[in-house]
Design a protein around this ligand. Sequence first.
Ligand SMILES: [Zn+2]
Ligand SMILES: [Zn+2]
Length: 242
Amino acid sequence: MAQNSTTPNSLAPNSSAPNSPASPLPISAIVIPVTPYQQNCSLVWCTQTMRGAVIDPGGELERIRNVAAERGVTIEKVLLTHGHLDHAGGATGLARVLNVPIEGPHQDDLFLLEDLSRHAKRPGFSESESCQPDRWLADGDTVTFGAAELGVRHCPGHTPGHVVLYHAGAKIAFVGDVLFAGSVGRTDFPKGNHAQLVDSITTRLWPLGDEMRFVPGHGQMSNFGWERKTNPYVSDLALGRD
Ligand SMILES: [Zn+2]
Ligand SMILES: [Zn+2]
């Protein structure tokens, strides 16, 4: 699933619109592709307090910490979308060195998190450790860092415990391997379910609005409206809902 992202990629949600309101948006984020799978780890922070969270630290922990230091962000939490190695492998190590809690995913991914240390001999995954989150997440929960708050949607299908995190005001979602620009998550892993994945996308992501931009677990950003028009797996046309 490696795609073509390379260096840290600023989302700059508060500088993109020419007519943006005078008050800056409450969060900012930067994408840091990590591991041999170029997984889109995100550093997201509250612009008011400069306190933030790392979403899906699959590995390359020193690099993630360096990006946070360069941006002046104090990491106070690790957040996980799901239990796959390239997303969650470094969570335990990062949480330990920073002395911060791990929140997410949904508890149905426990079977994956318990097993992560098994992969530590794989090239590029030496930091992988099994993971016991401090808090499981459920649909409708919120997570906080600084003065900012993200909403939680439980989106099973790629894995049973996959969650998506979003900020309604900044119109940005971190969707892990549920949805990609032009594609959807694989469902050929243990406990994957394609029909359930499509249901998660159409009933739990589309209601967040066409304007919602998203950082997928791999590859380029997109927004829900564009995917509803063009995605061959979940467009309204492909699903016969046009
Ligand atoms: Zn995955
Ligand atoms: Zn992935």
